[in-house]
Ligand binder design. Sequence first.
Ligand code: SF4
Ligand code: SF4
Length: 81
Amino acid sequence: MGDSDRGDVKISEHLCKGCGLCIEACPAEVLIQGDLLNRQGYYSAVYRGSGCTGCAICFYVCPEPGAITVLVNKSKKKPAA
Ligand code: SF4
Ligand code: SF4
């Protein structure tokens, strides 16, 4: 996670079925399709490594339980006004 990132996303490569829904849905456009087949024969989604906002949209659109975990960096949240 970079210093400026509000979130971090972990994609479990072996649970991903490469449907691409998370890639399409990510507003920050930080998810891409990998170029290596996983053990199920799918091209897993991959995080670019920076820029995640922690919005969790990818988590909610993913049909595969456990494939995506989103971590929110709470220390980067703006204090309530
Ligand atoms: S949490 Fe949001 S910004 Fe981060 S990868 Fe998922 S959809 Fe993209
Ligand atoms: S939505 Fe889930 S199964 Fe589909 S590409 Fe993303 S992580 Fe993989």
